[in-house]
Design a protein around this ligand. Structure first.
Ligand SMILES: CC(C)(COP(=O)(O)OP(=O)(O)OC[C@H]1O[C@@H](n2cnc3c(N)ncnc32)[C@H](O)[C@@H]1OP(=O)(O)O)[C@@H](O)C(=O)NCCC(=O)NCCS
Length: 153
């Protein structure tokens, strides 16, 4: 694509070759990161695996499933130095758009109750708490619960 026509930031499908760059971000922003295998399995399973990029590099990425009228966001991440600039909100809006395009009626996700940034992002986009999964996440000493949030489309 000509540099003149290229948008300032864009979304593209995550491929296996992208996994090392994704993992470099993932390891930096999570205490309990996904593994490279988790991303490769998601790509092979045909999940919606998207990168958000600009000319400077990787801004963020997300992985979601859409099946039987329901979307489930499994991972949504913004590189540490790109946070607090509206990138998470744009990436989330893109993933919600994919769910809508595939006629999903709802979008679900899990989030740690301690993850204030993510909770604020999701609430700001209209997600509401619908439940809790006990001991869902690994923790330093004990496992942490997950809040289950949903957005009706
Ligand atoms: C959660 C995350 C995706 C947010 O991405 P981001 O690009 O920083 O978010 P945005 O700049 O689009 O912010 C959107 C809203 O989220 C909330 N928010 C984002 N960062 C926040 C922070 N550090 N503290 C409190 N609220 C925050 C705010 O409500 C913000 O709106 P505002 O800027 O108008 O106040 C990002 O912090 C991240 O990747 N964190 C590590 C991975 C993670 O926890 N992912 C979610 C797993 S469920």
């Amino acid at each position: 694509m000509s540099a003149l026509l290229r948008p300032s930031a864009w979304f593209e499908e995550m491929r296996e070759d992208d996994v090392p760059a994704v993992m470099a971000v993932e390891r930096r922003i999570y205490a309990f990161p996904w593994t490279g295998g988790n991303f490769r399995d998601s790509i092979h399973a045909g999940y919606a695996c998207r990168l958000y990029r600009d000319a400077e590099g990787l801004i963020g990425y997300s992985v979601a499933t859409v099946a039987a009228g329901e979307a489930h966001i499994l991972n949504l991440s913004v590189a540490a130095e790109r946070q607090r600039m509206g990138n998470g909100a744009r990436l989330l809006a893109h993933m919600i758009g994919l769910a809508r395009a595939q006629r999903a009626a709802s979008v679900f996700l899990e989030v740690r109750p301690s993850n204030e940034a993510a909770l604020n992002l999701y609430r700001g986009c209209g997600f509401r708490r619908i439940g809790m999964r006990r001991g869902y996440y690994p923790g330093a000493s004990v496992r942490e619960d997950a809040l289950v949030l949903a957005l009706e489309l």
